[in-house]
Ligand binder design. Structure first.
Ligand code: ITT
Length: 193
């Protein structure tokens, strides 16, 4: 089945395509949206609504995600992509996180992924996945994207960026949210909806 994804982020498309390998993933640009909601769920809804009218009768979806650090009161949170400023580069965001975590003993953090869907009847659904872990003191690894070199998931000794993609994609916040997406999609597909 076809699934239209409202994103500019090619890394998300790659991960979503790997996790939902039996779906045909088609990216669409959520043009002109301002991600100004206070929650991941709110921003995911803003993005999916921006493309849903282009694809009547189809499943559309948006992923809003980020890293929440306990010692930073949940930052960077919904501002993860813009932590070091609007249009910040990944290396600038990561450098700011390293700086803000210097000397901090409590390194606990979690990745959060909210996924908003519009189903073929136009009904909205929202699901969430989280992955607990901790912030490394320095980056390591070259896989993945974003904050992956700084995030060590619980149960691992290495960062997301040091794990093969299939391992990250089996335990990540995105994998968990998409597992709930699958539960929503499958009954509809089986019933011909
Ligand atoms: P779209 O809004 O176009 O989908 P985006 O990159 O701006 O793309 P978000 O607004 O959801 O997406 O911001 C998510 C940011 O959180 C992303 O840029 C990364 O910095 C970080 N992030 C989210 N998921 C991540 C992951 O799996 N690994 C590393 N960093 C991640």
């Amino acid at each position: 089945m076809k699934l239209y994804i409202a994103t500019h982020n090619a890394h998300k498309i790659r991960e979503i395509s790997q996790i939902l390998a039996d779906c045909e993933i088609i990216s669409d640009d959520p043009q002109g949206v301002e991600e100004n909601a206070a929650t991941f769920e709110g921003n995911a809804l803003i993005k999916v609504r921006a493309i849903a009218a282009n694809h009547p009768g189809e499943w559309c979806m948006a992923d809003d995600s980020g890293l929440c650090v306990d010692a930073l009161e949940g930052e960077p949170g919904v501002r993860s992509a813009r932590y070091a400023g609007d249009n910040a580069l990944t290396k600038e965001n990561n450098a700011l996180l390293i700086r803000n975590m210097q000397g901090v003993v409590d390194r606990a953090a979690r990745f959060v992924c909210a996924v908003a869907l519009v189903d073929p009847a136009g009904k909205e659904h929202v699901v969430r996945g989280e992955c607990e872990g901790r912030i490394a003191s320095s980056p390591s690894g070259t896989e993945g994207f974003g904050y992956d070199p700084l995030f060590i998931p619980d149960g691992c000794e290495v960062s997301f960026a040091e794990l093969p993609a299939e391992v990250k994609n089996s335990i990540s916040h995105r994998a968990r949210a998409l597992s709930s997406v699958r539960e929503l999609i499958v009954p509809q597909v089986n019933s011909g909806g």
